[in-house]
Write a protein that binds this ligand. Structure first.
Ligand SMILES: Cc1ncc(COP(=O)(O)O)c(C=O)c1O
Length: 376
């Protein structure tokens, strides 16, 4: 088992299943034949399917997940000077959307080793200028979103859920993304529901927000050449929607495969007390877009990283630097140790391969290599 020869990628986006490939080929051919490359019928079809899957009224497809966040902030009516609370241990997109609109980013630290933010720490950051909270369900694990939404209602603040990594994740048997005013999705190729390039969507049950977001995503138009407000060109290409119409058929199967792999990792590594493993939490259904383990410290993380790389295993660090330490946010003059949990996570986190095509022998090889590192 330990002599596995081929490289194991961190992620493999190639579709190997023949039937799946044929379905995608045929969906693409259909688009080539009708030629409606922008706002073709596949976009509507996909929106309808996604709306049923997530049990949400309105889907506004757009060009990518970052646009989904930016458009959401605009659709909620945020204006210069308004403050938005954003997780500091996170991908850059949410804070980037806040900054690009001239709003003020107020970072909040992760709460614990679940990687997510919680209501208690968020409440400490609320001021009279706070207008929205962006909650990222990081790596596919739902945050305790009921408490966060409860807090937001108390202070009359909007909640935007970033479900880029958590499409299909649930909290208390309800899909995440549908708790707050708005949910934002990315269909980037490594996401659980992925297209063959960039794509995104905004989801909401609020008709007014939906109409505004739809307008903003399409040049602020109310009708052809009727521009009511300034908007963007942010649309989901028909070709990407055609791909997504097939991908969504495989979503639940792929999520089950990810959960199965996560269970194998847990069973194979749980006796190694030096590692902290990710887990489902009470009420949550994880999508394991990433499988992030925590090591004792930075040095141990680097050693394991090197060992696994040398053994031909693709590993990544999500995220090596907390956002307050990024130059892009230097205007706030944050200091080291201002967000101790995030900084600690950045030093200790290591992501190991998890994707639906990961083969049993690859999985066992990865587990065996980690066990070898810890002399187990
Ligand atoms: C948590 C999170 N939010 C937002 C995004 C942005 O999505 P996109 O790359 O489609 O703009 C990503 C993408 O990596 C992400 O992981």
């Amino acid at each position: 088992m330990l002599d596995y020869k081929a490289e194991i990628p961190f992620f493999d986006t190639v579709i190997y299943d023949n039937q799946h490939r044929l379905q995608i080929d045929s969906a693409i051919q259909k688009v080539l034949n009708h030629g409606k490359f922008i706002n073709g019928p596949e976009v509507r079809e996909f929106s309808d399917t996604l709306s049923r899957y997530l049990d949400v009224k309105y889907i506004i497809p757009c060009a990518n997940g970052t646009d989904a966040l930016t458009i959401s902030l605009l659709a909620l009516g945020l204006q210069r000077g308004d403050e938005v609370i954003v997780p500091v241990f996170n991908y850059v997109a949410a804070a980037e959307a806040v900054e690009i609109l001239g709003l003020t980013t107020v970072f909040v630290d992760a709460s614990d080793e679940s990687f997510n933010v919680e209501a208690e720490k968020i409440e400490e950051k609320i001021t009279s200028k706070t207008k929205a909270i962006i909650v990222t369900h990081l790596f596919g694990l739902s945050a305790k979103i009921d408490q966060i939404v409860g807090l937001a209602r108390k202070y009359k603040i909007s909640v935007i859920e970033d479900i880029a990594q958590a499409v299909g994740a649930e909290f208390n048997h309800k899909k995440v993304g549908t708790y707050g005013e708005v949910g934002c999705i990315s269909f980037f190729p490594t996401k659980n529901l992925a297209c063959f390039g960039d794509g995104g969507a905004i989801i909401t049950n609020n008709e007014v927000i939906a109409e505004k977001a739809r307008m903003i995503a399409n040049h602020g138009q109310t009708g052809k050449y009727e521009h009511k407000i300034i908007g963007f060109n942010s649309r989901l290409d028909t070709l990407q929607a055609a791909v997504l119409n097939v991908q969504i058929l495989y979503l639940e199967e792929n999520l089950s495969k990810r959960r199965f792999i996560a269970k194998q990792y847990r069973d194979g590594l749980k006796d190694i007390t030096e590692i902290c493993l990710p887990d489902e939490q009470e009420g949550s259904l994880h999508t394991f877009n990433q499988y992030c383990i925590l090591l004792k410290n930075k040095e141990q993380r680097q050693n394991l990283y090197n060992e696994l790389r040398n053994a031909g295993i693709g590993v990544m660090i999500y995220y090596p630097k907390a956002l307050h330490m990024q130059e892009a946010f230097s205007r706030y003059q944050f200091k080291e140790n201002e967000f101790p949990v995030a900084e600690d996570l950045c030093n200790r986190v290591l992501s190991i391969p998890i994707f639906p095509n990961l083969q049993e022998e690859q999985l066992q090889y990865i587990i065996a290599q980690i066990r070898k590192f810890f002399n187990r």
